[in-house]
Design a binder for this molecule. Structure first.
Ligand code: ATP
Ligand code: MG
Length: 293
């Protein structure tokens, strides 16, 4: 497949030597024509729709897609475009914001575990438990709200979270959930342009939040937290994809290709009815043709 290398270039299956600096947010992998990419995306979206129909009918695997990014990197529009060919009955999107009181009364994986996709479904997490080693690491004061017993809050806490996340995802994978993780990697300069557009274009004003500017000030801390998280939680069974996000058309193409490529590796097929059932179908067919039913 022509775009295989796009996915391979951004996939991190072993984080040991991962460096964010090796990944250029503006990369388009030599694809010169945006038109070519948009046509390829259309094909990818259609293929994803077909694969999802089989996934749903077969009802064995489930697919968890995790999207993480800085503000304005394009998470929402990637979901909108990549999933546009998928039957809404087989797909759910969950967005995770600051945890509420009930969520804070549970362990940090709980609220996401409650929303995992059932067999046959695609579940998209727009942010996820990864916020726990990203925003919470940048703002360790958020840990105070988490009501953890004091003796459990040690300098090992982050290493324990990485370990728990790896174990959680391994458990999911072993039980038939395909886990695909995407970091939409936007540059600070492109984020500036997009936030400015939210202020300058009245139709985009609703997307702007003053809090985004405060987080932007912590850019380097966020990048360090992303780098460490990706290093610690990239595994063969649950790889990260570091997707260049300065060009939205390229981001969408890579995400669509990564999902379809992974689904194609599964043995997705429509279920075959047992011989006795097929016999019944034949009889029903004959009756309907003859107008006897
Ligand atoms: P948008 O593109 O609309 O800005 P968003 O995903 O940024 O979408 P917001 O409502 O702006 O949604 O922000 C959600 C905020 O919640 C983010 O700043 C995120 O870091 C924060 N958040 C998510 N999970 C946690 C968590 N476990 N602890 C603290 N903050 C969290
Ligand atoms: Mg936001």
């Amino acid at each position: 497949m022509k775009f295989d290398s796009l996915v391979r270039d951004c996939r991190v299956s072993n984080g040991r030597h991962f460096h964010l600096a090796d990944h250029d947010p503006a990369n388009t992998d030599g694809i010169d024509g945006k038109k070519e990419a948009i046509e390829a995306l259309e094909k990818g979206v259609a293929r994803l729709g077909e694969l999802q129909e089989r996934l749903y009918a077969q009802n064995r695997w489930s697919v968890l897609i995790i999207l993480q990014a800085m503000d304005a990197a394009g998470k929402d529009s990637t979901i909108e475009h990549v999933m546009s060919g998928v039957n809404p009955q087989g797909c759910e999107v969950h967005s995770f914001k600051s945890p509420n009181d009930e969520e804070l009364d549970h362990d940090f994986l709980w609220r996401c575990a409650c929303r995992l996709p059932r067999r046959g479904r695609i579940g998209i997490f727009n942010r996820s438990y990864y916020e726990e080693t990203l925003v919470v690491k940048v703002h360790p004061e958020f840990l105070d709200h988490q009501k953890l017993p004091a003796q459990l809050v040690t300098k090992e806490l982050w290493a324990q979270r990485y370990e728990d996340i790896r174990a959680f995802e391994r458990h999911l994978v072993r039980n038939g959930t395909v886990v695909l993780k995407f970091f939409l990697h936007v540059s600070r300069e492109e984020q500036r342009r997009r936030l400015l557009a939210r202020l300058e274009e009245p139709a985009k004003n609703w997307k702007f939040s003053a809090a985004d500017l405060a987080e932007r000030e912590r850019w380097d801390d966020y990048m360090a937290a992303y780098e460490e998280t990706i290093r610690q939680t990239s595994t063969k069974e649950a790889p990260w994809h570091v997707v260049p996000a300065d060009h939205k058309w390229f981001t969408r193409l890579v995400v669509a290709e990564a999902i379809t490529a992974r689904l194609k590796e599964l043995d997705l097929a429509f279920p075959q009815l047992p011989a006795a059932e097929q016999k019944k179908l034949k009889a029903a067919c004959t009756a309907l043709r003859a107008g006897k039913s």
